[in-house]
Design a protein around this ligand. Structure first.
Ligand code: AP5
Length: 211
């Protein structure tokens, strides 16, 4: 199955993708994580992407599309994948349609006010990219990643001013994809205001997954 996770920055796509990965036994393609890894490596892609990401703007379509094409060609994606943060523009969605498309697009809906609160409390592992929230999803040991033991940090694009810009861009460029996938009959909409567990249950129900 190829599944797209749609939703505003901070709606919980990454958190839910990790849980869905276990249930569906499918790899996650997170364009945000791939770009952050490219920046950490200092690769050509990372250098090109950094300025856009730090400012909360979208990385150009052509860079993202070739990154996803490369990932999708890997043997572990032969039976499907979960897309977290891709597509984000109609041009990206059309490019994905050109290479087989997706089976379903799941939109996690959260208000802008809740998004801003979540971003303020997010902590991210710079090593394995696992995300936490200081109140709603804390690590077992404060400031330390449960999975790899690295010290947690705050993403540069989680600063309040950058979050506002990311939300503006989401409404302008990514939200139209909800209608794009509705028109294809592939859209599933799920409220994401509840707890992580409540949202997971709604997602599993919408996708017909037994928990
Ligand atoms: P990316 O990393 O994809 O960021 P994003 O879409 O803005 O999403 P986030 O990772 O910020 O949030 P999320 O929805 O995954 O929420 P999370 O689960 O972490 O992209 C970053 C940048 O890369 C972009 O701005 C752009 O520059 C570039 N980029 C990436 N893809 C691109 C593309 N396709 N095209 C162009 N540019 C691209 O949850 C957020 C917080 O809330 C966490 O602290 C979590 O613990 C907490 N939380 C989660 N669920 C709940 C809940 N139910 N209740 C309470 N708290 C919760």
């Amino acid at each position: 199955m190829k599944l797209i996770l749609l939703g505003a920055p901070g709606a919980g796509k990454g958190t839910q993708a990790e849980l869905l990965q276990k249930a569906l036994q499918a790899p996650v393609i997170s364009t945000g994580n791939l770009l952050r890894a490219a920046i950490a490596e200092g690769s050509k892609l990372g250098l090109a992407a950094k300025e856009y990401m730090d400012g909360g703007r979208l990385v150009p379509d052509e860079l993202i599309i070739s990154l996803v094409q490369e990932k999708l060609a890997a043997p572990e994606c032969a039976h499907g994948a979960i897309f977290d943060g891709f597509p984000r523009t109609v041009a990206q969605a059309e490019a994905l349609d050109g290479i087989g498309g997706a089976d379903a697009a799941l939109s996690i809906e959260v208000s802008d006010a809740e998004i801003e609160e979540r971003m303020c409390g997010r902590r991210t592992c710079p090593n394995c990219q696992t995300t936490y929230h200081i109140m709603h999803n804390p690590p077992r040991r404060e400031g330390v990643c449960d999975k790899c033991g690295a010290a947690l940090g705050i993403r540069k694009d989680d600063e309040p001013g950058v979050v506002k810009e990311r939300l503006r861009i989401y409404h302008e460029q990514t939200e139209p994809l909800i209608e794009y996938y509705r028109a294809q009959g592939k859209l599933r909409e799920v409220p994401g205001q509840g707890t992580v567990t409540e949202t997971t249950a709604l997602i599993f129900k919408a996708l017909g997954i037994c928990s």
